[in-house]
Design a protein around this ligand. Structure first.
Ligand code: ADP
Length: 260
């Protein structure tokens, strides 16, 4: 049941009456649950054959490398990178159904935040010609959190920065300390985001509506999932951006567990 109420005042600001609505949303909730369940099943089923395709592709790729067949090896490498993209899409869909069903789990441990940033940059750097430049003033930071999930957020911000800045040749990453937290920012000099869109970029399925933005592939799920991951660990995530100039996406993670 969803309820809403509003008080109507007279000209002297005295309350006169109250208007209310009571809406039974059971049906639409059930429909939503069924949809999420359906997406969950499909995503799961897609993942299994894709894992085989990737394994066979890797095997063939190795063979073409051994036989120095450069054309085939180049094509297979492209195929494998498309398989990786599909895997990320499927993983995103699975994550969304987990979030909606309240089933996204976090595995906490203390981890070295700088090492994570370095590892992610190294991993993403091999996929792009743009130079990823790191400035780090945070010193040693060990923080509690789900390392894999935080890694997922940073990979997502970096791949977005690369994707949405086709005409620039570098991405900046900054790590610094703030009161009780560590902050990581990713800055690109790309297409930027319209001011009116900024409040919505972390919403599920949100994508900028202009033609230019739509020329880049995507489902509008990465930032929604990233925001959930950071918020669930008591961090914050935000963006500053200027259309046509570029964007900075930042997130903070607390240095300590919140008191129980
Ligand atoms: P996707 O990139 O798959 O569409 P995201 O949730 O990662 O989904 O991003 C949502 C939307 O926010 C994008 O469609 C794009 O319009 C905008 N956006 C995200 N990152 C950037 C960026 N670095 N520069 C410009 N626009 C961005």
């Amino acid at each position: 049941i969803r309820t809403q109420a509003r008080v109507i005042y007279d000209s002297r600001k005295n309350p006169q009456r109250m208007l209310g609505t009571v809406l039974d949303i059971t049906r639409s909730k059930n429909e939503q649950n069924r949809k999420d369940e359906f997406i969950g099943i499909i995503s799961h089923e897609l993942r299994t054959p894709l894992t085989s395709i990737k394994a066979f592709g890797q095997f063939l790729h190795q063979q073409t490398l051994n036989s120095k067949d450069e054309t085939s090896s180049g094509l297979l490498q492209k195929m494998l990178s498309q398989v990786d993209k599909l895997n990320v899409l499927i993983q995103d869909l699975l994550d969304v159904t987990k979030i909606e069903g309240g089933k996204m789990k976090f595995h906490y441990s203390d981890f070295d935040f700088n090492k994570l940033v370095n590892d992610v940059i190294e991993e993403v750097q091999v996929t792009t010609f743009k130079k990823i430049i790191l400035t780090n003033t945070a010193g040693n930071v060990t923080i509690p959190g789900d390392r894999n999930r935080v890694e997922q957020v940073l990979i997502n911000l970096l791949t977005n920065a690369i994707k949405y800045s086709p005409d620039s040749d570098r991405i900046l990453v900054d790590v610094h300390n703030a009161e009780g937290s560590v902050i990581c920012s990713v800055t690109d000099s790309g297409i930027g985001i319209a001011k009116e869109s900024l409040p919505f970029v972390f919403d599920r399925f949100f994508r900028e509506s202009d033609e230019r933005s739509h020329s880049f592939p995507g489902l509008g799920l990465g930032l929604y999932i990233s925001a959930e991951i950071i918020h669930r660990q008591n961090g914050k995530i935000w963006v500053t951006s200027t259309k046509g100039k570029g964007s900075t996406f930042s997130f903070s993670m607390p240095l300590h567990h919140p008191p129980a």
